[in-house]
Design a protein around this ligand. Structure first.
Ligand code: 5AD
Ligand code: SF4
Length: 426
């Protein structure tokens, strides 16, 4: 999400600024931030301290802080981070030229107003750090779910969807520039809904519209909340060859007690029923997840439930986190963050080790199979090899031959590690 937001910000400022790769040359630095865990915020504080030295050397340098940390901490940030000239929350990027101008004479300025409507839908993002092959397209903003541990609904505000017309317009432009893959982004894409003139466009309908723009375009999406992953969407994925066969379905915990305390609105059985539906409808679909260990009151038995659901689903990949208490959330107000950090670390190591085994098993099952891979670049380990992804979003490495970035190629998997498939061209 933040990457897509930075591309919108680059677009808003492109008339007045040009991008540079040399930080010493910059006279404007914008730090886009995430508040989801304390660790992310601590990294930003460290970065801001580093920028202080740069500012001492360049008195024309202006530094601004964008995103969720701005929204969460507001003007208070000017006290702790004197390097900052201005701050802008996630819905305030249109006011950046004004904020920059207001703060150009040594005064600070800020805008952290949240909006019920802002989707930046008319702004064509500047693809400044792109591989020219795949791009993110933001289709909605905000979240209404209020999971008890999560700060996102407070920092990014309520859900709002972007019109299909502007989404498709952006995708047509990407196709003209030879992009081959789009990932439709939202905190909870399943609740995408656009109503106009008595007609409704659901997320499944939007996916169909995007998939039908070109058979050459691959379509991905993130993220789905298990509580509203509809049959309609699963069937839409199965029906279109160019919709990638992978679903990111954050489970968070395998314990009903934890899921209830997290306000996830599904239970273990309900989640597994969705997985069953996916497996029946799209047999070659990969399933990935997010997991939080050490949430308030998590017992060893609850933790075992998480390990067992991981085995039962056989995730292809997982993002795994220690619970990090966030001020203002329901959990921070009503529950005790009572699992000691060392114990959270121990549990995290356990889930990471298990996921390593599951990823390796999943990759081993692919040996001997042929996949269509979209080439993204040269392999980091060897100039003679290219890398790309298959429909299941697994990274595949194979000998270069005459192939180029942006092409599709059929390759046969010969070997693997837990992270990569190693293949030959067919
Ligand atoms: N602590 C740890 N992980 C969190 N996530 C969200 N909030 C927290 C928190 N307070 C994780 C969830 C979510 C992912 C994007 O970040 O797993 O799915
Ligand atoms: Fe946070 Fe839950 Fe919304 Fe995801 S669905 S952004 S975890 S509140």
């Amino acid at each position: 999400m933040n990457f897509a937001d930075s591309e919108v910000v680059a677009s808003i400022l492109k008339g007045e600024y040009t991008l540079t790769n040399d930080i010493n040359e910059a006279n404007l630095i914008l730090v886009n931030t995430c508040s989801i865990r304390d660790k992310a915020e601590q990294r930003i504080h460290k970065r801001l301290k580093e920028l202080e030295a740069l500012k001492k050397r360049n008195r024309h340098l202006q530094v601004g802080l964008l995103g969720c940390m701005a929204e969460r901490m507001k003007e208070e940030l000017f006290q702790t981070e004197p390097v900052l000239d201005f701050i802008a929350g996630p819905d305030a990027y249109r006011s950046l030229p004004q904020l920059i101008s207001d703060s150009s004479h040594g005064t600070t300025s800020f805008n952290v107003l949240l909006s019920k409507e802002e989707t930046y839908e008319d702004i064509m993002p500047v693809r400044y750090d792109a591989n020219g092959v795949s791009a993110f397209v933001s289709i909605m903003r905000g979240c209404n779910n209020f999971c008890s541990y999560c700060v996102v609904p407070y920092t990014r505000g309520r859900e709002r969807s972007r019109s299909p017309k502007t989404i498709l317009g952006e995708i047509e432009d990407l196709l003209k520039s030879n992009y081959k893959e789009v990932t439709l982004l939202g905190q909870n894409v399943n609740s995408y809904l656009w109503k106009e003139g008595g007609e409704e466009v659901t997320f499944a309908k939007l996916m169909t519209m995007v998939a039908e723009t070109s058979p050459e375009l691959r379509v991905r999406f993130a993220t789905s909340h298990p509580k509203d992953l509809s049959d309609e969407l699963i069937e839409t994925i199965a029906k279109h060859d160019n919709i990638c066969k992978t679903i990111h379905l954050p489970v968070q915990s395998g314990s009903d007690e934890m899921l209830r305390k997290m306000h996830r609105v599904y239970d273990r059985a309900g989640y597994l029923e969705r997985v069953k539906k996916i497996r029946e409808t799209i047999p070659d679909c990969s399933i990935t997840t997010d997991i939080i260990v050490g949430f308030c009151g998590e017992t060893l038995e609850n933790h075992q439930d998480t390990l067992s659901i991981m085995r039962e689903v056989g995730y292809d990949y997982a993002y795994m986190f220690k619970y990090s208490e966030r001020e203002g959330t329901l959990a921070s107000k009503q529950m005790k963050d009572d699992i000691p950090d060392e114990e959270k670390t121990r549990r995290l190591e356990e889930v990471i080790a298990l996921q390593g085994e599951l990823s390796l098993e999943s990759n081993k099952r692919d040996i001997g199979k042929t996949f269509k891979v979209l080439i993204e670049g040269t392999s980091k380990r060897s100039d003679d090899h290219l890398f790309g992804r298959n429909s299941q979003n697994k990274v595949v490495i194979f000998p270069k031959g005459n192939h180029k970035v942006g092409e599709y190629v059929d390759v046969e998997v010969k070997e693997c590690t837990a992270a990569t498939l190693i293949a030959i061209r067919n």
